[in-house]
Ligand binder design. Structure first.
Ligand code: RIB
Length: 335
């Protein structure tokens, strides 16, 4: 029995990209030349190609299938976001979710795979650097998409979270409590993203405005995980801060564990502030003071904006701005 012809082989025969071939086969190829459309259909018949489209199998003509791309599903911020997308999407919208397990180099093939499956649109929460191949793939394929979280962009639909303000809120609050010496735990170079950098800049600039000397701010890079946070604690202890700001709740969980490993306490020895306000924050001991990102709003806006874009590809750029707020719990105290 002959091996099933893949879309990659069909694309190679036609000399066109996988995404072009899949969009023509999925009836979304009106913008391609008559010549290319005919070529794809001719080779499809000649090779007896049968699309292996999970997306098309999932839905009939009136239904929609959308792809959602996140850096990792193990992080509570993203797992909560995905769950809310599923909860808020209507019965005629099927959702294919992909977590890249922290490996951004998989982004291009993940997007290509979703387009090849004939999704009607994409929600992208993974950093798509402006000049990256992934960004070009999205724009060349005219596939409706919106970006958020780790992205800022000049030309596609996006949701802008005020991360800079988030960092300022933390600095303002800790200085008001009388803290003057800080350790800040940030993701390492391969995990650092545009939005997290804004938080760090907001924190450092507000500290400077409030008279904190640069030497009194220690910035520690960590693997973007609980263990990564935990490993920074010996350096924190040596620096002798009175307060610690971690750029995500996950890092805060790791730092808290490391502090207890050293026989020290929060907030007794150090005040600790996280970022996200995922559902872990209020169940930690002590309950975590953190910056709340409006995850529910992000999910609602993402679906709404993508729906608008799918309905009208000529719509002018959609930009929604969301703010953050400081949630004060028990992991901070006066210095
Ligand atoms: O916890 C994961 C972090 O990475 C969140 O702050 C989210 O904004 C993402 O950028």
């Amino acid at each position: 029995m002959n091996k099933k012809v893949t879309i990659k082989e069909l694309a190679e025969k036609t000399g066109l990209s996988i995404t072009t071939v899949s969009q023509i086969l999925n009836g979304k190829g009106s913008r391609f030349s008559e010549k290319n459309i005919k070529k794809v259909l001719a080779f499809r018949d000649q090779l007896h190609y049968v699309p292996n489209s999970a997306a098309r199998n999932l839905s009939n003509k009136t239904d929609k299938t959308i792809g959602v791309l996140v850096p990792t599903i193990s992080n509570p911020f993203f797992s909560e976001f995905l769950q809310l997308i599923e909860n808020y999407s209507d019965s005629k919208t099927h959702v294919i979710m992909i977590g890249l397990d922290g490996d951004r180099s998989q982004l291009y093939s993940a997007i290509e795979g979703l387009i090849a499956q004939g999704v009607d649109g994409l929600i992208v929460a993974v950093a798509v650097e402006e000049s990256s191949k992934a960004n070009d793939l999205l724009r060349e394929n005219w596939i409706p998409y919106i970006v958020l979280d780790q992205n800022s962009t000049k030309d596609s639909d996006f949701i802008a979270t005020d991360d800079f303000h988030g960092g300022q809120l933390v600095a303002q609050y800790l200085c008001k409590l009388g803290h003057r010496r800080f350790s800040v735990v940030v993701p390492d170079k391969e995990s650092m993203t545009y939005n997290i950098n804004l938080r760090l800049n907001g924190f450092v600039e507000k500290c400077r405005d409030l008279g904190i000397a640069t030497d009194d701010i220690q910035i520690l890079e960590a693997k973007f995980s609980k263990h990564g946070g935990q490993k920074t604690v010996p350096d924190i202890v040596s620096f002798k801060p009175t307060a610690i700001f971690t750029l995500s709740d996950e890092l805060a969980i790791g730092v808290l564990g490391g502090i207890y490993d050293q026989g020290l306490e929060v907030p007794g020895n150090y005040s600790l502030v996280g970022y996200d306000d995922t559902d872990y924050a209020e169940f930690m001991n002590p309950k975590l003071t953190t910056v709340r990102q409006p995850i529910s709003l992000l999910a609602k806006y993402a679906l709404e904006m993508l729906e608008n874009r799918i309905s009208d590809s000529k719509l002018k750029q959609q930009v929604r701005a969301v703010d953050v707020e400081l949630v004060i719990r028990n992991s901070t105290k006066e210095n």
